[in-house]
Design a protein. Structure first.
Length: 611
């Protein structure tokens, strides 16, 4: 994946080797460099260096201005960005489309402008120290600069345990932040300004012509895929879900040969979806490739994975993603297309339907709820022994939690008192309310008039940008193959934002419009299937595969010494996994085990306390 890095500062920060040290931490594939007194800029592509200004623009970028588009074709995207910046300043960011990371170093004026794309496909981390701004596509690149000396953020460790990844705009390191989707950073006169040049606005069309919308949608999908067919060997992830099947089908339609598709399976009941991938491959006549991930594959990858990621990342589906990307790279593919984004844009996650059911309780008059229904439900002695009554109580309890907190009722940190989980010393250094504030800020700050669209805004940020895109980007980078996301085309995003909520979710039917529009294109089995996911059978394998279990338990044992969690609770996790719900508790063990292995791989040896 294309990347960039650079800095602007004075004094001791003006180290001639700094730029090369930062560049060495990134996949720049050569690229270009520009540097001068107290500044530097490097990118995996062209770097424009004109009078007083250096600029880099990496990714699949377009300009919403014909004159700039012509200039980009003739002189390169970085030169076009520099020209736009010279004319319009930070307002030029509104002209950028596609997936990109942008940097303009105005060394004459001693200022910097940084931005990433609207969906957060690309990433830029940054830190400011004593008048020096350092930035790069990964935290590792930023930390390679001598002006940056940052230790771990205990708050981010807590956030990681809550989210199973480190949510933006923070990173795992103190004082090192990252730009959120559609965001920018401006550094001038030693001062930092952070803002957004774009945010999704859900402005639903009234009484739309659905037949016309279906035609437009199919055309947008085809164009979104066709943009990436440029002569390179290309393939597509194929999980068997609606999104990956759609992208694979469109790739076959737009290319000049059968699409190459790549699927991962698991020899574990309830986790394998290879049958659906085969249905899609047969339907679209793709050149299909399969690989079954094993526990031994996990053992082979886990140490490399934790070394490679610049943040601890607990999503176990990173493992199958890597092996799928590796299979494609070994087959000669240079670019893989992913279907990520469809769930978050068109209402494909099960929780949307579930929350719609919970929201029905809000329609019951408050006086009736408080004065009659709830007293009746909870007054019955030993009511938990009656299945129907127990289910009704659970419904009322969950429905009574305000959104978006209701989405987190199954989160481990909301089910067990924190004092039982974490040490007093650790809790004294963190604010446990931070995750809730992050969720509230995005959910309630969304330009949306419905609960569904507010959930979509929430998932676009935390599920897509901070989790899924990070996972696929990093694993493809590790495998040595580029990746692109046709579902996140700007025109498709705009189309989704205008689509009425009732077409995305019809009562409890997920992806109502999406599936209706693609009848006759997707196989009926794919349209009818339930949402599944791409998760690793972690809990099952921890039971059945002794070497993997030994690695995980050893990591947990080492984590006890970090001073973060109570040793008794870590032991309780192991006991629950051995005797309880293998999937749920196995995932908790994976999350903590990955954190411990990440800490060891990033300079914190076993036994070193964090608190």
């Amino acid at each position: 994946m294309s990347a960039l890095c650079g800095w602007l500062g004075t004094g001791a920060a003006a180290n001639g080797d700094a730029l090369e040290r930062m560049a060495a931490a990134l996949p720049l594939d050569g690229g270009e460099r520009a540097c001068g007194e107290g500044w530097g800029l490097a990118a995996g592509g062209p770097v424009h260096h004109g009078p007083g200004i250096a600029a880099a623009l990496v990714g699949a970028v377009e300009f919403a201005d014909r004159r700039l588009q012509v200039r980009a074709r003739e002189g390169g995207a970085a030169a076009a960005l520099a020209a736009a910046y010279s004319e319009q300043g930070e307002s030029c960011l509104a002209l950028l489309r596609g997936a990109f990371a942008a940097a303009v170093v105005d060394h004459a004026a001693r200022s910097v402008l940084l931005a990433i794309d609207r969906m957060g496909v690309h990433s830029i981390c940054y830190a400011v120290n004593e008048g020096t701004l350092v930035f790069g596509s990964s935290a590792d690149a930023v930390r390679a600069h001598p002006a940056v000396a940052s230790g771990l953020s205990l708050q981010s460790v807590f956030n990681y345990v809550y989210f199973h990844m480190v949510p933006g705009p923070e990173t795992i390191y103190r004082g090192l932040r990252r730009i959120p989707p559609g965001g920018f950073v401006r550094f001038a006169g030693g001062a930092l300004a952070v803002g957004s040049y774009w945010r999704i606005a859900f402005r639903e069309a009234e009484r739309p012509d659905v037949t016309h919308l279906e035609t437009e949608f199919r055309a947008l999908l085809e164009r979104g895929v066709a943009k990436f067919v440029d002569g390179r060997p290309i393939g597509a992830f194929l999980s068997g879900g609606t999104d990956s099947s759609t992208v694979a089908g469109m790739l076959g339609r737009t290319g000049d040969r059968a699409a190459k598709t790549y699927s991962i399976g698991f020899d574990a009941q309830g986790y394998d979806e290879m049958a659906y991938a085969r249905i899609a491959a047969k339907h679209f006549r793709t050149e299909h490739h399969e690989y079954y991930v094993t526990p031994d594959d996990v053992l082979e990858l886990i140490q490399r994975l934790t070394r490679f990621c610049d943040q601890p990342f607990g999503n176990s589906s990173a493992v199958p993603t890597y092996y799928c990307a590796r299979m494609a790279r070994e087959d000669g593919v240079e670019l893989l297309l992913g279907g990520d984004g469809g769930d978050e844009l068109f209402g494909g996650n099960e929780r949307y339907a579930k929350q719609a059911v919970f929201a029905l309780y809000d329609r019951v008059p408050r006086a009736l709820r408080r004065g009659l229904l709830e007293p009746a439900l909870f007054a019955v002695p030993r009511g938990e022994r009656l299945p129907l009554l127990r289910k009704a109580r659970s419904y009322v309890q969950q429905a009574s939690v305000p959104m978006p907190g209701r989405l987190q009722t199954y989160n481990l940190l909301n089910r067990i008192p924190l004092e039982r989980i974490f040490t007093d010393e650790f809790l004294g250094h963190v604010d446990p309310a931070t995750p809730g504030r992050l969720l509230d800020g995005v959910y309630h700050g969304a330009e949306a008039g419905t609960m569904l669209n507010r959930m979509l805004a929430l998932d676009l940020r935390f599920t897509l940008a901070d989790n899924d895109l990070y996972k696929v980007n990093r694993m493809c980078e590790l495998a040595g193959v580029a990746v692109a996301y046709p579902m996140l085309d700007d025109d498709l995003v705009a189309f989704s934002a205008a689509l009425p909520s009732g077409l995305k979710l019809r009562r409890t039917t997920l992806r109502y419009f999406f599936k209706r529009a693609l009848r006759g294109f997707l196989p009926p089995e794919i349209i009818a299937k339930r949402k599944h996911g791409f998760g690793l059978p972690t809990g099952v394998w921890l039971h059945s595969h002794a070497p993997l279990r030994e690695l995980a338990y050893d990591a947990l044992d080492g984590f006890k010494a970090r001073g973060v969690m109570r040793a008794a609770f870590v032991d309780e996790l192991v006991a629950e996994h051995q005797g309880g719900h293998a999937g749920y508790w196995g995932e908790q063990i994976w999350v903590l085990g990955v954190l411990e292995l990440w800490l060891r791989a990033h300079g914190l040896p076993r036994g070193q306390a964090l608190v």
